[in-house]
Design a protein around this ligand. Structure first.
Ligand SMILES: O=C(O)CCC(=O)C(=O)O
Length: 304
């Protein structure tokens, strides 16, 4: 009776009814804007993804469609492969790495947050190599919604999985609990940060971030307005992780994104051959149906 009363009186704003989250987990996400699920991803899948990343770095395999980004400082030193590549994006194009995106235990939790019709809109294998310098290695505090044209904000969620042990030393993720309740803040390049698109919010000293220390396989889900980022890798180890952003396939695709990224994304959309006004098509090409029915963000031929 008590449970029933609680269930009917509680108004959930950031999550959906489902069987995959306990009420406690659901309440935590609603309140804090993130949720850590320990030991969620099979270590064998993570090992396969790590090896695939190394093979792509060493050009042993080539996957059309994925794009690599290098650590700005280590690139200047002339380092190669895994020692310099800081991320590869659009991993849904890769047969091995895309298994992370469709991994059932992750998608079940995503369903509990954004509902049953799910597309992946952005996906990354991240690698923070050692031996870089602070402003090249850190990821400034930001809100992901600044980069995304999907609305409402609650129709987007990120998953972030540790591929190896991550702590403050090797540059784990940090989050600002409850910041998902804030509106979108202005973003710009922080002083000394040269990595492309690594925009951050100003006045970071006003916020109190907490480090998300994770063992291999632990996964954090978070809201696109949650302030987050990561520190530099000051260790001698790598910091590898997988991340995917999921959207409700029926959400709105709007033309309003952060001023700074708008120009970059229009350039990218031109480069991909969709023209100056092909911004929405550019995003639709990036939206890959993962579960449920296709919707407004999908087109049928989005695999190369
Ligand atoms: O894992 C990290 O270093 C931060 C990644 C991140 O926040 C992002 O790509 O939006």
């Amino acid at each position: 009776m008590e449970l029933q009363k609680r269930c009917c009186s509680r108004r959930y704003e950031y999550t959906k009814d489902s069987v995959y989250l306990t009420n406690e987990q659901r309440d935590f996400y609603e309140e804090n804007g993130y949720l850590i699920i320990r030991d969620l991803v099979d270590p064998e899948l993570l090992d396969a993804c790590k090896q695939r990343f190394i093979d792509i770095c060493n050009k042993k395999v080539q996957t059309k469609g994925v794009s690599a980004m290098k650590d700005v400082y280590l690139k200047k030193l002339g380092l190669k492969g895994e020692a310099v590549i800081s991320r590869i994006q659009n991993i849904y194009f890769d047969d091995v790495l895309s298994k992370y995106i469709t991994y059932q235990p992750i998608v079940d939790i995503v369903q509990s947050i954004i509902g049953p019709n799910i597309s992946c809109c952005h996906s990354i294998f991240m690698n923070k190599p050692p031996n870089s310098e602070k402003d090249s290695s850190r990821h400034p505090m930001h809100q992901d919604l600044y980069f995304f044209p999907f609305r409402p904000a609650n129709s987007v969620v990120a998953s972030w999985t540790a591929v190896e042990y991550v702590n403050e030393e090797n540059g784990c993720l940090f989050v600002v609990p409850k910041s998902h309740k804030m509106k979108l803040q202005p973003h710009d390049y922080p002083p000394n940060v040269e990595s492309k698109s690594f925009y951050g919010v100003q006045d970071v000293e006003n916020y109190s971030p907490v480090n998300v220390i994770m063992e291999k396989g632990d996964t954090v889900f978070f809201h696109p307005c949650l302030l987050h980022g990561s520190g530099p890798n000051a260790s001698k180890r790598y910091r590898k992780s997988l991340a995917c952003h999921y959207v409700d396939s029926n959400c709105d695709l709007v033309d309003v994104i952060g001023e700074n990224v708008r120009k970059e994304q229009k350039e990218l959309s031109e480069k991909w051959g969709y023209g100056k006004n092909g911004f929405k098509m550019f995003w639709k090409k990036k939206c890959w149906l993962v579960r449920g029915s296709p919707g407004s963000v999908n087109i049928l031929d989005n695999k190369l």
